[in-house]
Design a protein around this ligand. Structure first.
Ligand code: GDP
Length: 424
């Protein structure tokens, strides 16, 4: 199989600063043959010149970390490697400036995470912070790489101690035992990354690349219910009504019945066009125009969402959301009614209740029913749209489960829908 034929997984590397995330990325790329040969050659040459007879990965990583300090940065975002079953892209890591924002807005949705924990330090503040964020943002699968095992002489007891400490944390946050795997590794020296480490005879589980290969395939947007947020509606003479939009999830074919919500109109798909050519079907990512029978141009509009009649888009009466306040000059209180931007719709919504204020980093509830929230706060809020709005639960259709709150020309907050009540 070539890389392109394999299913694709977005992987987040998370963990406390200095626990070895960058080193592990380098190691994974190196072991899978993704550090270009000329780079290795250059380092080999340099190593020889500096009196190092053998090429060592650890040395390369130290050189790279020096480069990083000098601001030359190996950019660890968007690195790719593959295993037998998948090809992986390493997405933005927590710690990068816009990580939380990118995750909430869906700019960098990870399918799985590798949590890197220094065996000599165990759970540290950012370990908790990142694990909590991952759970909130819907990353259910996690591989825990207990790293720097060389620093603790590959001590089995130490490994077990760290494992149980992390296990306790993950379960408390809501991870299920079957979705967490543990591997003792040394990113720097190697060991249980691509091959078993002879230093850990007590460990006979899969190595890290095998664990990555064992991850469950995420649900493809094509298997989710059809959702096409409508961008525009045209009326073309001789053809009829042609709504235009990007298929977010599911598939659409001619002759199917589709419903537009919140307009509540139903019609039959006559034909689908993409790049000025008729196509027999369209799926996630396709920008299409489709000719619809039985619906007039003025009966539907931008902000409507098309879906199949047997699983139509959800029009909400109210919903509960997790939000992060990015920028607001004063305080947000119940009654605040800014404009919510979700897919192609913009609807004024009232924050009717602030249920909880949370520490945005650890998810710890800081206050129940607070009077107000401010910039930097994370909160669970209840929201009432002032006009009908289609939005879905993040868990069910992530592509339609996120929104941005805008007011006074800027993005005040971003959020995701945790629960909702349908309009009768
Ligand atoms: P990050 O902040 O999580 O990206 O951590 P880095 O990858 O920059 O690593 C921090 C320090 O730990 C560096 O000096 C690495 O060389 C070192 N380090 C990383 N992995 C290992 C390991 O497996 N064993 C040892 N002994 N040191 C490691």
């Amino acid at each position: 199989m070539s890389d392109e034929d394999k299913p694709h997984l977005n992987l987040a590397l998370i963990g406390h600063v200095d626990h070895g995330k960058s080193t592990l990325v380098g190691r994974l790329l190196y072991e899978t043959g993704n550090v270009p040969e000329h780079v290795i050659e250059e380092y080999k040459k340099e190593a020889e010149e500096k009196g190092k007879s053998t090429f060592e990965f650890a040395w390369v990583m130290d050189e790279l970390s020096e480069e990083r300090e000098r601001g030359l940065t190996i950019d660890i975002a968007h690195k790719r490697f593959d295993t037998d079953s998948y090809y992986f892209t390493i997405v933005d890591c927590p710690g990068h400036r816009d990580f939380v924002k990118n995750m909430i807005t869906g700019a960098s949705q990870a399918d799985a995470a590798v949590l890197v924990v220094d065996a000599s330090e165990g759970v540290m503040p950012q370990t908790k912070e990142h694990v909590y964020l991952s759970k909130t943002l819907g990353i259910d699968q996690m591989i825990v790489a207990v790293n720097k095992m060389d620093k603790v002489d590959w001590d089995e007891n130490k490994y077990e101690q760290v494992e149980s400490e992390i296990d306790e944390l993950l379960k408390r946050i809501g991870y299920k035992p079957g979705d967490i795997q543990y591997v003792p590794i040394s990113a720097l020296e190697g060991g249980n990354i691509a091959e078993p480490a002879d230093t850990s005879p007590w460990y006979d589980g899969p190595n890290l690349l095998e664990e990555l290969d064992n991850l469950k395939k995420p649900e493809e947007p094509v298997d989710l219910p059809l959702r096409i947020p409508i961008q525009d509606v045209y009326s073309i003479s001789g053809i009829g009504t042609v709504p235009v939009g990007r298929v977010e999830t599911g598939k659409i074919k001619p002759e199917e019945e589709v419903r537009f919500e919140p307009s509540g109109k139903t019609g039959e798909v006559k034909s689908i066009e993409m790049h000025h050519e008729e196509v027999p079907e369209a799926g996630p990512g396709d920008n299409i125009g489709f000719n619809i029978r039985g619906v007039g141009k003025d009966e539907i509009q931008r902000g409507d969402v098309a879906g199949h009649t047997d699983n139509p888009p959800t029009v909400v009466d109210e919903f509960t959301a997790q939000i992060i306040v990015l920028s607001h000059p004063s305080a947000i209180t119940a009654g605040y009614t800014p404009v919510f931007h979700a897919h192609t719709s913009q609807v004024a919504c009232t924050i009717t209740e602030i249920l909880q204020k949370k520490d945005p980093k650890t998810g710890e509830v800081k206050e129940e029913n607070p009077d107000f929230i401010k910039q930097g706060d994370s909160a669970v809020v209840k929201v009432k749209p002032q006009r009908p709005l289609v939005i879905e639960k993040l868990k069910e259709i992530p592509q339609l489960g996120r929104f941005a709150i805008r007011d006074m020309g800027q993005t005040v907050a971003t959020g995701a829908v945790m629960d909702l009540k349908e309009k009768e």
